[in-house]
Design a protein around this ligand. Structure first.
Ligand SMILES: CC(C)(COP(=O)(O)OP(=O)(O)OC[C@H]1O[C@@H](n2cnc3c(N)ncnc32)[C@H](O)[C@@H]1OP(=O)(O)O)[C@@H](O)C(=O)NCCC(=O)NCCS
Length: 179
């Protein structure tokens, strides 16, 4: 097994982050392409690291394999964005990162009661990661996620509860509750 480390991003990593994010396509993220200059501008604006957000490198054997941006961290429900580079996918890195994230959030932020994430319906790998990490599907939003060509995909939302994380259970969602 490779050695996976999570390391907090600092503004000194701006160029490396811009290279990483602009260096490949992200098929399940909006337009799929990230503009290098946008990343640098966002670093300067605190998008990746300020009171509301923190970003982490996911290092595999010491090399940048992915990024994890945690945001809305003052809220009851922090959100996150996870990106594993194509060369490192399908080897358990995403699962490791989300398990780490749950421990980090619930340990570091006492006010956090849930962690939420949304993905495109056809993102099978991300959906597996959510379930493997104790998240439950809470929402299904029809035709809510436009891709680069303007095609509207369904979006699916998952969350993990603090109590479930602590006890290793998954409280079922009461979907069939129409009065
Ligand atoms: C989605 C993503 C984070 C998953 O991370 P990963 O490291 O590739 O996933 P893992 O290796 O931990 O695999 C998790 C599960 O997904 C499955 N899986 C991996 N790739 C898959 C694929 N292409 N299709 C279907 N299942 C897949 C694995 O078999 C594993 O399932 P298992 O637990 O039943 O064995 C990563 O692929 C990625 O960053 N993709 C591009 C960006 C993205 O889509 N981010 C999420 C946006 S919300």
């Amino acid at each position: 097994m490779e050695h996976i480390e999570i390391q907090r991003f600092t503004a000194a990593d701006a160029e490396a982050l811009a290279d990483f994010l602009a260096g490949e396509e992200w098929p399940f993220h909006g337009s799929g392409r990230v503009d290098r200059a946008d990343v640098l501008r966002r670093v300067a604006e605190g998008y990746y690291d300020d009171e509301e957000a923190r970003t982490f490198w996911i290092l595999v054997d010491g090399k940048a394999a992915g990024t994890l941006r945690l945001f809305d961290i003052g809220d009851d429900t922090p959100l996150f964005d996870l990106r594993i580079g194509a060369a490192s996918r399908g080897r358990g890195v995403g699962t490791h990162a989300v398990q780490w994230l749950a421990s980090y959030v619930f340990t570091e932020f006492p006010e956090a009661q849930r962690i939420e994430g949304t993905t495109r319906r056809d993102n099978a790998a991300m959906r597996r990661v959510f379930l493997r990490c104790g998240f439950a599907k809470e929402g299904h939003h029809r035709r809510a996620w436009p891709d680069a060509e303007g095609v509207l995909h369904d979006a699916v939302a998952y969350a993990i509860l603090r109590g479930d994380w602590a006890t290793g259970t998954v409280t079922p969602v009461e979907f069939d509750d129409e009065p």
